[in-house]
Structures are given as C-alpha cells and as structure tokens.
Design a protein around this ligand. Structure first.
Ligand SMILES: C[S@@+](CC[C@H](N)C(=O)[O-])C[C@H]1O[C@@H](n2cnc3c(N)ncnc32)[C@H](O)[C@@H]1O
Length: 201
C-alpha cells in the first residue's frame, strides 16, 4: 500500500482518529495570538485547523489523505468555517514562499530524510519573523510513554528539531507530558514541543 492508501484506510475505519478538540498544547500555546495566515501541514481530520479558523485565522490545511481531507472539509462547512483544504503529498507539494505567518505541524512523524525535507518546506513557507510550531511524539515516548509510532526513527528529540531550523530564535524547545485516555490507550504520552521564530535576515 502507498502512504496515501495507509492513511486513507485508517481514516475510513475510524471516526475521529485523534479526537475533535484541538491538541491541548496547540490550544494552550497558540490561543490568543493575533489573527494571521496559518499553514497546517499534515492536518488530518482538521481538529487544529478548525480551532484556528474559529479563532479568526486564515488557515490552509494540507494532508496526503483525501479521505481525511473530505471529512475535515465536511466538518468545517458544518461549523460555518472557511478553511482552504489541500489533499497533497508534502513530499511534492510546494507552499507559497513566505506566504504564512505561522506553520503548524502536529504529530507528523517522519523518518529523518522526509522530516528534514518537510521542515525545509515549513521554513520556505514562513515569512521572516514568522513562527513554526511543532508538537510531536518524543523519542522517550518509546520506552516511557503511551501511543505514537513504535519505531525510533519516526520519533523526535528537541535537538532534531533545533537542527532543522538553524538561526531561528527559540521560544520553546523541550519535553511535555500529555495524559491520554482513548480507546485502549491510557497513561502519559511524552511529547516534544518546538516553537521558534524565523530570523529577519
Ligand atoms: C498522526 S496524524 C496527525 C493529524 C493532525 N495533524 C492532528 O494532529 O490531528 C498524521 C497526519 O499526517 C498525514 N501525512 C502523513 N504523511 C504525509 C505526507 N507525506 N504528506 C501529507 N500528509 C501526510 C497523515 O495523513 C495524517 O493525517
């Protein structure tokens, strides 16, 4: 199966795979920021995109899964929200250069090469002075946390993320713990948050 088919199958089987509320760190760290142009990369069923659009942001949401994108579009319309949805593979999709004030990546777990490639796209998409916000499963989650990928090459450390955005001014980079009670998963998940501002060169 291709990557798209794998994700489509997962989204076709489950209802709200990651819940309908925004990720708690997205809501906590991005709540109250001035309205801006947001690019949500790997947006899934749109839980973060919807919350951001409801807060007044102009959101573009990109995901490889056309099934998830259609579900997200339906939810947005039902909520009366306008979001620009794009069903595309981030490996080939190109963002508008310097077209966004904020780029969000929420639990996009790639191995090193595609991770670097997508983070380079996030960098190109940001205007100087714009902000990247990443929340992901931390490498420590493998041994000490619940859920997430079970292969270490798809788990991140703060050093990986800092290395992908050289010259950025770091607002936050480190481990956070998220309590999970979902399906058969119960316990603490160990995440990494990376929030940084693109230098004005
Ligand atoms: C764990 S989900 C997270 C979804 C969403 N960001 C959230 O937090 O609810 C990972 C998402 O990445 C998407 N994805 C994986 N590889 C991708 C790629 N190459 N291009 C675009 N999206 C991709 C999947 O379809 C999936 O929706």
């Amino acid at each position: 199966m291709t990557n798209r088919e794998v994700w489509n199958t997962r989204y076709a089987e489950k209802g709200a795979a990651w819940g309908t509320d925004p990720n708690e760190f997205v809501a906590d760290r991005l709540g109250g920021i001035p309205a801006c142009r947001v690019l949500d990369l790997g947006s899934g069923q749109g839980r973060n995109a919807r919350w951001l659009a409801a807060a007044g942001h102009h959101v573009t949401a990109v995901d490889i899964s056309d099934v998830a994108t259609a579900q997200a579009q339906q939810e947005a319309v039902a909520a009366g929200l306008h979001i620009e949805f794009v069903a595309a593979d981030l490996a080939t999709w190109e963002p508008e250069p310097a077209g966004y004030d904020l780029v969000l990546l929420s639990y996009i777990q790639m191995s090193e090469e595609p991770r670097r490639l997508i983070h380079a796209k996030a960098d190109r998409a940001l205007r100087p002075g714009g902000r990247v916000f990443i929340v992901a499963h931390h490498l420590d989650n493998l041994e000490h946390g619940v859920g997430g990928p079970q292969s270490p090459d798809r788990l991140y450390t703060e050093r990986d993320l800092e290395g992908d955005f050289p010259g950025y001014v770091i607002d936050e980079s480190g481990v956070v713990v998220r309590h999970v009670e979902r399906d058969d998963i119960r316990g603490d998940a160990i995440d990494v948050i990376f929030s940084a501002t693109k230098p004005v060169r």
